[in-house]
Design a protein around this ligand. Structure first.
Ligand SMILES: NC(=O)c1ccc[n+]([C@@H]2O[C@H](COP(=O)([O-])OP(=O)(O)OC[C@H]3O[C@@H](n4cnc5c(N)ncnc54)[C@H](O)[C@@H]3O)[C@@H](O)[C@H]2O)c1
Length: 349
């Protein structure tokens, strides 16, 4: 899922804002991509020292120290990044509550924006980003990385082509220990980051809509924390005449992280489980033995970054995932939240 680049020599000048777990994951991906030049970084607290940014541990992997070099400009405030004429693409990896103001400011400054998910904490705030994007010369792509993840982008092709017939049923599961930042720091303990529902499960919500479109309604049950966030959710998506689909997302896992799906087609079952490593993706066709489908060993972060870089190089707005998709995913999450709170089926307009 890449667009062709106009010139192999041309590089996109990138600034990464927010240098925590996702910031360093993205920095690594830019460093590995010949179409990117990191010209600036920005963080309110963590900045490189002598051109070296300390590594971090996250739920998917641990990242070692990053050697940026002393020529990369280090800013403490977004305003300085916006005023830097060399910066073309601003990559926002800041905490979710900061996304709306930062994304709108970057778009108004004429920059292209790549923004970590969720686009905002609420759909109202995300809608405002969408309106600003419409009036700006740039674009905003939300970082819905599952659309680019090996084994998941493959599934999207299979579903679109109906390679093994229609999809009859699908289930998605994403389980994690509670991230460290949810227990400490500015956003500790409350619902500012949206709990597992808005922070983790939104990946599967977005992938469900990527495969099957917006459901007509949802019904969800969940576990609500003392701070009000939903940290465990099981949601059923209603597609009249379509597949039976549900997804489970949780921060209640005592240790580690895993993601998986099972999709039943008319003539095959497709099963993905990250914990199986190189054998994560398995296909069982009707009347045949199960086989492992080889996926490339990279992750969705490098592929989404390759895609957004190519969008900048080709001066084309993203189509694989758009700001409207980011907004739609939030609207579905909010419907799930309402369903957990009321015990009712919630329709999605
Ligand atoms: N796509 C994924 O798989 C994935 C995984 C984890 C997190 N995320 C998302 O990425 C975002 C960041 O999460 P994280 O885990 O990296 O958080 P983090 O707490 O590790 O990092 C956030 C960084 O932002 C910095 N920061 C805070 N305020 C700032 C400001 N005003 N200006 C500049 N920098 C500021 C902090 O100092 C910190 O270094 C969140 O929206 C989260 O939901 C996505």
């Amino acid at each position: 899922m890449t667009t062709s680049s106009q010139s192999t020599d041309r590089k996109v000048n990138v600034a990464v804002v927010g240098l925590g777990f996702m910031g360093v994951v993205h920095l690594k991906a830019y460093q590995a991509n010949p179409a990117a030049r990191i010209v600036a970084v920005c963080d309110a607290v963590r900045l490189p020292v002598n051109g070296v940014l300390q590594g971090v541990a996250g739920n998917v992997k641990k990242i070692e120290d990053i050697h940026l070099g002393t020529q990369v400009r280090a800013y403490k405030q977004l305003e300085d990044v916006l005023a830097d004429p060399e910066v073309e693409l601003i990559d926002l990896c800041t905490p979710t509550p900061l996304h709306p103001e930062q994304a709108k400011a970057a778009l108004k400054a004429g920059k292209k924006v790549f923004c970590e998910k969720p686009l905002a904490r609420t759909s109202v705030a995300a809608q405002e980003i969408v309106e600003v994007e419409k009036a700006s010369p740039g674009f905003l792509m939300p970082a819905m990385c599952m659309r680019f993840w090996p084994g998941w982008s493959w599934l999207k092709q299979v579903v679109d082509e109906q390679r093994y017939g229609k999809i009859v049923a699908a289930r998605f599961r994403r389980m994690s220990e509670m991230p460290g930042w949810s227990k400490q720091g500015t956003y500790k303990g409350g619902n500012d980051l949206g709990g597992a529902l808005f922070d983790l499960h939104i990946h599967d919500v977005d992938f469900v809509q990527f495969l099957f479109g917006r459901p007509a309604s949802v019904y969800a049950t969940g576990v609500t924390s003392a701070g009000g966030s939903i940290d465990h959710v099981v949601a059923q998506y209603n597609y009249p005449g379509g597949p039976a689909v549900y997804a489970e997302g949780s921060w209640l896992l005592m240790k580690g992280f895993n993601m998986s799906y099972t999709v039943h087609c008319e003539r095959a079952t497709i099963d993905y489980d990250l914990s199986r490593g190189a054998e994560a993706l398995q296909l069982t066709e009707q009347g045949k033995e199960p086989e492992v489908i080889k996926c490339d060993a990279s992750d969705g972060y490098s592929h989404e970054i390759e895609y957004v870089l190519n969008c900048v190089l080709n001066n084309r707005a993203p189509i694989v995932v758009t700001a409207l998709d980011g907004l739609s995913a939030l609207q579905i999450c909010e419907a799930e939240e309402k369903s957990v709170q009321t015990g009712q089926v919630v329709s999605i307009r």
